[in-house]
Ligand binder design. Structure first.
Ligand SMILES: [Zn+2]
Ligand SMILES: [Zn+2]
Ligand SMILES: [Zn+2]
Length: 486
């Protein structure tokens, strides 16, 4: 106890530390060990009684100045133990004692080691900075293969990193570029193996090879050539495969964009899934949020309106082309419809808007849906347009009535919602009978559906009746409601 107090007082100023190399095993050694010695107990008579951290031969370790390190090398035929005691100094380890014995460390040496211990030895700790790599691996800096023992493992607070002791210098240029990329000279695209590669940056460190054309072309493409027909992001007209390039999207070769002669704005939009089928050559209402850098909706287009501050807009558009991406999304290339093309749709929309006109109805309606074998219905109010899902929904919370439920709650549990006039809702209702093996389905997945589902869009009439409407009417509603409100 007294010793601890004394030590704490003497270490009030942090002890200086030394960066030391733990000696490797001597030539011909069959085995051995290295250890930081922190205590030699009174009864100590052999190695196993000593105390202190084990150290790796060949490691670089941070030790307090004055720390005592013991290194033992074991040689065969005849058996011989080389024991060295080393003291940590600011400039490294100095030998302070050495024994050669026919048997392992014994009582005489442990007594001598105790005498050599620094008064603060009990508080000494070792921090390993690097160790030779036990397992083979590759250099994190240069990618060189490093068989066991040839590299250095750096021990950092966030893990270990294997690197060469000195990374080999790499050639300044390679005869062929393995990877495609942009030319270091002209910034044009170089396909894999179409050019050479030059080293940019440090030849022994983290330099990278970059492709260079053998002869830079007069009109280089800034990205890889297109392998399939596409729509140009700049002029929104088709680019035949093999003529344009890809740079965060398809483009015509520089200087070859041909803006369409009609001068009407064009968009590339994602078709909401589960929408009614789209056909080229038809006119329909589209919804679109401009991408960064894409101009907002110009004024005066048929049926055109900006709906949200994001620039989210709707307009009547002529479908020019359709395409399915590799990820299964369907895209449409559309242009603003002319007034002649838009006239029939504008008339139909006016009809719908008149139907949706506020009619003074104040009757609330009650939608009641029975739960079937645990499957519930839901009611969501359509609140507007959603660029991804077509329609934005707000799910309503039901009131639940268990009065008529059977003992297991399989039937007779009623959920009820209040619907208001002048709003549009989507309703989902479970339909019996359940699947024959519904109990098995539930056992494996308690949340699985076991009944069919019927979905419909509805609204409430002036008399308080709930009537089904089409998806098109439901889609027209948020636009029409905005119209009536403004
Ligand atoms: Zn390396
Ligand atoms: Zn080039
Ligand atoms: Zn173009």
């Amino acid at each position: 106890m007294t010793a601890t107090t004394t030590a704490a007082q003497t270490t009030a100023t942090p002890a200086p530390v030394a960066r030391t190399l733990i000696p490797a095993h001597g030539p011909g050694a069959a085995g051995g060990w290295r250890r930081l010695l922190t205590a030699v107990p009174a009864h100590a008579s052999s190695t196993r009684d000593l105390e202190g951290d084990w150290l790796d031969a060949g490691a670089t370790v941070q030790l307090p100045v004055g720390a005592l390190v013991v290194a033992v090398d074991h040689h065969h035929g005849p058996d011989r133990w080389e024991i060295t005691a080393l003291r940590a100094h600011a400039e490294g380890l100095h030998e302070v004692a050495r024994w050669t014995r026919r048997s392992p460390l014994g009582r005489r040496e442990t007594i001598r080691l105790r005498a050599l211990l620094d008064p603060a030895a009990a508080h000494h700790t070792a921090r390993t900075l690097t160790t030779p790599n036990r397992d083979s691996g590759t250099c994190r800096r240069c990618g060189h293969d490093l068989p066991s023992g040839t590299g250095l493992v750096h021990h950092t607070p966030s893990g270990t990193v294997l690197v060469c002791r000195t990374c080999p210098a790499r050639p300044a240029r390679l005869p062929v570029n393995i990877r495609p990329g942009r030319c270091a000279v002209c910034s044009g695209w170089v396909a894999a193996k179409d050019g050479i590669a030059v080293l940019i940056g440090n030849s022994t460190g983290d330099g990278r090879y970059q492709p260079v054309h053998r002869v830079c072309p007069e009109h280089p493409l800034p990205g890889p050539p297109l392998t399939a027909d596409a729509w140009c992001l700049d002029c929104h007209t088709p680019v035949p495969a093999g003529t344009g390039y890809w740079l965060r999207g398809p483009h015509h070769a520089p200087g070859t964009c041909t803006p369409p002669p009609d001068g009407l704005p064009r968009w590339i939009i994602t078709i909401p899934h589960n929408d009614t089928p789209w056909t080229t050559g038809t006119v329909r209402r589209i919804h679109h949020t401009p991408r960064p850098g894409e101009p907002h909706l110009p004024e005066g287009l048929p049926g055109g309106r900006i709906i949200a501050d994001t620039g989210h807009m709707t307009v009547l558009a002529h479908v020019l082309d359709l395409r399915t991406t590799q990820r299964g999304r369907t895209l449409a290339l559309v242009r603003a419809a002319t007034w002649t093309e838009a006239a029939p749709l504008l008339a139909a929309e006016l009809d719908t808007a008149l139907k949706a006109q506020p009619d003074g109805g104040t009757f609330l309606a009650r939608a009641v849906i029975e739960r079937l074998h645990g499957d519930r219905g839901w009611v969501a109010e359509i609140t507007g347009h959603d660029p991804r899902h077509g329609l934005a929904r707000h799910f309503l919370r039901p009131q639940t009535d268990y009065d008529n439920a059977d003992a297991h709650g399989h039937t007779g549990v009623l959920d009820a919602w209040t619907l208001r006039p002048r709003r549009v809702y989507e309703v989902s209702r479970p339909i019996g009978p359940p699947a024959k093996n519904w109990r098995d389905i539930r056992r494996t997945n308690p949340r699985a559906r076991v009944t069919e589902e019927h979905r419909a869009f509805v609204r409430v009439t002036a008399d308080g009746d709930i009537v089904e409407i089409t998806r098109e009417e439901a889609q027209a509603w948020p636009s029409a409601a905005l119209e009536w409100m403004s």
